[in-house]
Structure formats: structure tokens, C-alpha cells
Design a protein around this ligand. Structure first.
Ligand SMILES: C[S@@+](CC[C@H](N)C(=O)[O-])C[C@H]1O[C@@H](n2cnc3c(N)ncnc32)[C@H](O)[C@@H]1O
Length: 470
């Protein structure tokens, strides 16, 4: 067997990590790019390692019954919804399996039966935030590359997977409800009309860098336009067009970013018109009215707003609060979980590293008339020590919702030292969650596990785990 060989009539067995398919050839594991579980395929070998092979599907001989027709014209180019060709039931099955596999293999843990994954009612238009990149030269298909005339056209869209400098032009995206699509198309149209240069990611020249569209269930929309330097007539040409065409935009912002990368957590945001925030609403867990959450341009908010409610409700149910507890909400973002549970406990202490999000978290308590929360900005591994616990109260319950990287080992150790009676661990990455749970298993038993699907048509899965101190 050598690189370039074609393996014939391979039956695709299952989904593996990182969304790849898995099969076996002569007892060796074969990871496949392309295909779906249940397909029979031919595949070209692209990598040979002692313990596994990697292949690229070159032909599909028999289609799996688990397949369905992708609904998006960009499927195959865009990395965004790479499971669209697999029916939703099967997607849920593999997400559930991902949670089980990680807890067993990485965590090596014993645990009670995992609850069936909580599906997303919306499988399209479920996101409240999309980030688009401008590019002076859009990505071209193989056919377009071989045309006689060299095409040089700008793009406003998404990066091609694993290629930082290649952006394809999005004509239609099914992830965020309108006016997301018309806004993106209007921005591109206005930019071309005024000859405003799109950024060249390789040469690092040009003006327009990124466009972020954030929306809420209340119908408010926030725009964040990132450009390389201050040229107000170009910025205003675009923002005035949006203000004219889209009355639902309530927050117009721009950022001057002359750095080599597009991150803006360290940059000033200029609010050109409207409010410097949007307001999302969410039902209270007890069903008595709604909570309001103010979200600024730099603040994290769960991207699937409807599912965020179910995720928090599951965490709240696992917490089973009786009104007397001191609760810590680690990685609190804009204080959403903290405010969600605040009515049912004595006090909540929220920790988060984005200072602007902590300011939003405080406002979110205020606008919801919640006065038993306190919030602190900083890296949790530096903030959370014995003196912090002494000053702010020993936690009875810790809710933790870290980013994909999971918790720093020092934070896990601090949780062990704090010895709260319960921990509820909300995670968007079951692999790092399993690693952290292994550390926590020194003192804690897992009492409940509930996966939640926040991102249909992707391999991502959220998982909530309840832990009890032994
Ligand atoms: C998955 S989000 C959860 C936010 C919030 N719980 C929610 O549901 O909206 C993770 C949050 O952790 C914050 N974060 C990441 N690393 C951190 C660190 N080392 N210390 C404190 N906060 C951190 C991020 O800024 C982000 O707001």
C-alpha cells in the first residue's frame, strides 16, 4: 500500500473525530475525507501512518440511506455546515456518540446513562451571529481557474476551510435569518459602487476587512464593520446605505484595525448610530416572564439563542437550587447563566475575562432588577484562589462554561480545593470536558449527563454534566 493508491468498495462504518468518516482496511483504521456512514466508496490514500491510514473519497459507489440532499448551494466549498448531506436523526446519533466516546476514552470515567441529546427545533436560521470576511480576490472553482479570461472579483464571505487567505463569495447563507443575507449583499454592492478596496489578505493592503451581523429574537440587528484606516466617507457610504435600507438595524458600529489579524477584543469600537448594544430576551426558568440580556459588540452570547434557553434550563434543573446557596458562574460572559439562576439562590459570583462583557453582565442584572450578583473581570486561573473564596464566600455550587479549550489545569485544581457540593459543567467540546472531568473525578462523581445540539449540520455538540462531591 502506498500514497496515491485507490482503495475500492470501502464501506464507511461511522463518523470519527473532527467530522471525518471512519472505515477499516485489512484491520487498519482508515480516516476518510468525504462520504457518509453507510456509503460504499473508492478512496485515494493520502497519508500512511503506522497506526492508521487517511484517504480522500474519489467515487461513491452506493449512497447511504442515512444521506439527504444538501440544501445549500455552497455545500462542499464552505466548511460551515459540513454534515448537511446526513439526515438530522443520524447527525444527532453521532453527536451523542461523540459524547459517550470522549467520556469513555479520554476521561476513562464511569458515569450514569447519558440522556438522549436535546435536538434543536430550528435546523436552519438558528444563528444570531455571522462573521464575514472581505477579500480582494474571491476564491475560484477549478473550472473558473481554467477560463481563458482571468477572473479577479472581490468577495464577501467565509474562509475556505484551513486556508486563511482564501475567501469564497457567499451568495446565500442559511444560518442566520434575514435581513442577514440582504445586508451582506447590500454592503458588497455599495462597496463596489464606490470603488472601496476590499482587503488583500496576502499583501495586507485594502480597506474593508470584516463584517459582523448580530441579531436577536426581538428583531434587533447589530452591524460591526472592520476597516484598516479612518476614511469616514467610505465608512459612511456603507453605513448610510444600511441605515436607509434596513430599519431593523439598531446598532451601527465600526472599528479601525491596522493590525495583521482581524481580532478586535483589544480595539476601540465606534458606535456610529443607534445603541452600542442589542438586547436579547429569554424566558425565566420558572416560566414567570422574560429576562433581558444586553449584548455589546465585544461580548460573547450563545450563538443559537433558542437553544441557549434549553441549555441553561438543563443546567438550572441539574443545579436544583433551594434559595440558600452561594453560586459561582465561571466564564460568565455577559452574565447570562448567573442572571438566569440568580432568583433561586442567595448570591451569584460571576467571573469572566472580557472586561466589556462584565460591564454588560452588571447591566444585565440591573435591567432585570437582580441585586444578588457580583461580577469580576480577569483570567479565572489568576482570579480564583483561596483568598477570593474567603472574600466572596465558599461556593455551594459551581457552574462552569469554559471555551472550547476547556479549563486550565490550575482552575480544575482550584475547583477540587473549593469542594463545592455540586458542579454543573457546560461544555462546547466534549473532548476537553472529558479531560477536565478526569481531574475532577478525584473528588466528584458524575450524576447526570445531557448533550444538547446547538449547531445542526455541524459536528459540534454541547454537553452538560452534573457532579456531586463524594
Ligand atoms: C463558552 S463562553 C460562555 C459564556 C456564558 N456562560 C454564556 O453562556 O453566554 C466562554 C466565556 O469564557 C470567557 N473566557 C475564556 N477564557 C477565559 C479565561 N481564561 N478566564 C475567564 N474567562 C474566560 C470568554 O470570554 C467567554 O465569554
Amino acid at each position: 500500500m502506498k500514497k496515491g493508491d485507490i482503495l475500492r468498495d470501502i464501506v464507511v462504518e461511522t463518523m470519527a473525530a473532527e467530522g471525518k468518516c471512519l472505515s477499516r482496511v485489512d484491520g487498519r483504521v482508515l480516516f476518510l475525507h468525504g462520504g457518509a456512514p453507510g456509503d460504499v466508496v473508492d478512496a485515494e490514500i493520502v497519508k500512511i501512518k503506522s497506526s492508521f491510514l487517511e484517504g480522500k473519497v474519489t467515487a461513491i459507489k452506493q449512497l447511504s440511506p442515512q444521506r439527504t440532499t444538501p440544501f445549500c448551494r455552497h455545500f462542499g466549498t464552505c466548511g460551515g455546515c459540513s454534515w448537511q448531506h446526513i439526515n438530522y436523526e443520524t447527525q444527532l446519533y453521532y453527536k451523542q456518540k461523540q459524547v459517550t466516546d470522549n467520556l469513555e476514552r479520554i476521561g476513562g470515567l464511569s458515569f450514569p446513562e447519558i440522556q438522549s441529546i436535546y435536538p434543536s427545533a430550528k435546523t436552519k436560521y438558528y444563528r444570531n451571529r455571522l462573521d464575514f470576511t472581505f477579500s480582494a480576490e474571491r476564491w475560484l472553482t477549478r473550472e473558473e481557474l481554467h477560463l481563458d479570461k482571468k477572473l479577479i472579483e472581490p468577495a464577501l464571505g467565509y474562509h475556505i476551510p484551513r486556508k486563511y487567505d482564501k475567501v469564497f463569495d457567499v451568495v446565500e447563507c442559511h444560518l442566520q435569518a434575514d435581513p442577514s443575507n440582504p445586508i451582506r449583499l447590500a454592503v458588497k454592492d455599495e462597496a463596489i459602487k464606490h470603488n472601496i478596496p476590499f482587503f488583500d489578505l496576502r499583501k495586507q493592503i485594502g480597506f474593508l476587512r470584516t463584517l459582523t451581523v448580530r441579531s436577536t429574537n426581538t428583531g434587533e440587528v447589530m452591524i460591526i464593520l472592520q476597516v484598516t484606516y479612518e476614511k469616514i466617507e467610505w465608512i459612511e457610504a456603507i453605513l448610510k446605505r444600511l441605515a436607509n435600507d434596513f430599519p431593523s438595524i439598531t446598532s451601527f458600529n465600526y472599528i479601525i484595525n491596522g493590525k495583521r489579524n482581524d481580532t478586535f477584543h483589544d480595539l476601540d469600537i465606534i458606535c456610529w448610530k443607534g445603541n452600542p448594544y442589542i438586547t436579547e430576551t429569554m424566558p425565566r426558568p420558572d416560566g414567570k416572564g422574560d429576562l433581558q440580556f444586553r449584548v455589546g459588540p465585544k461580548s460573547f452570547y450563545q450563538t443559537n439563542s433558542d437553544q441557549a434557553y434549553h441549555l441553561y434550563k438543563i443546567a438550572w434543573e441539574m443545579a436544583a437550587l433551594n434559595g440558600d446557596e452561594v453560586v459561582y458562574d465561571l466564564y460568565t460572559g455577559t452574565g447570562t447563566i448567573a442572571n438566569f439562576v440568580a432568583r433561586d439562590c442567595k448570591k451569584v459570583v460571576g467571573l469572566e475575562y472580557v472586561a466589556a462583557a462584565i460591564e454588560d453582565a452588571k447591566i444585565n442584572s440591573e435591567i432585570n432588577s437582580i441585586n444578588n450578583t457580583t461580577f469580576f473581570a480577569g483570567d479565572i486561573k489568576d482570579l480564583l484562589d483561596q483568598s477570593f473564596l474567603t472574600t466572596n464566600g465558599t461556593p455551594d455550587l459551581i457552574i462552569t462554561d469554559p471555551p472550547r479549550a476547556g479549563m486550565h489545569e490550575d482552575v480544575c485544581k482550584m475547583l477540587l480545593a473549593a469542594e463545592s457540593k455540586k458542579i454543573v459543567y457546560v461544555s462546547c467540546n466534549p473532548a476537553t470536558q472529558a479531560r477536565d472531568l478526569k481531574i475532577l473525578s478525584e473528588k466528584y462523581d458524575i450524576t447526570a449527563i445531557q448533550p444538547v445540539d446547538m449547531f445542526p449540520h455541524t459536528m459540534h455538540v454541547e454537553n452538560v454534566v452534573a457532579l456531586r462531591l463524594r
